[in-house]
Design a protein. Structure first.
Length: 190
């Protein structure tokens, strides 16, 4: 093995653990930022769902809480409301999808009653390209039922994509800098 090949091999051996560490840390940074952005997407829905559930528990007429105009969830970023009776049957909605009331997976109603203090949060994709951050709250009272508040994830997913590109660019830059540094140190030592 020539001196040049041996030097290159030593440089590579020194750089690989550093490259693995940089890759793991970059992945962790992306994961933390992505989760923070996504979890934060639920905040308005949590507040609205809990407030409406409180009003309904106190006897408020459910239909009085539904806005008069319906929003198409595939086109709008607006929050939307869906109200269900205790048997998970839709009683009122401010949202449509393809001109119809969207259908909620039945398992989330069970989860809302059973876990997390009568609330569940989930990402819902009723159609390809249409994703929402949703909060579903089960409320009690004279006429128990469920309040669902959702909001499009379109802008959130754009932010996640931008953050991913920033982390990728940083990863590439740090990988190149670290390889250059190890190469320079290796050259000095040899």
């Amino acid at each position: 093995m020539t001196h040049l090949n041996k030097t290159a091999l030593n440089i590579l051996k020194a750089w690989i653990p550093l490259a693995i560490t940089i890759t793991c840390l970059s992945g962790l940074i992306y994961l933390v930022v992505q989760q923070d952005i996504r979890i934060g997407a639920n905040d308005p829905q949590i507040q609205i769902a809990e407030d409406l559930a409180g009003q309904l528990s106190n006897g408020q007429n459910p239909l009085a809480l539904i806005p008069p105009t319906k929003t198409d969830m595939s086109k709008s970023l607006a929050n939307y409301i869906m109200l269900f009776n205790k048997d998970a049957k839709l009683i009122g909605s401010s949202v449509t999808l393809d001109g119809k009331d969207p259908v909620i997976p039945q398992g989330v109603f069970i989860a809302a009653k059973k876990y997390q203090g009568n609330e569940t949060r989930f990402t819902w994709q009723p159609k390809i390209g249409v994703r929402s951050a949703v909060v579903l709250v089960y409320y009690r009272g004279q006429t128990p039922g469920f309040v669902l508040i959702g909001r499009s994830l379109r802008e959130i997913e754009i932010r996640e994509d931008q953050q991913g590109k920033i982390v990728l660019a940083g990863w590439i830059a740090i990988m190149l800098i670290s390889l250059s540094s190890v190469f320079i140190i290796g050259k000095i030592k040899s």
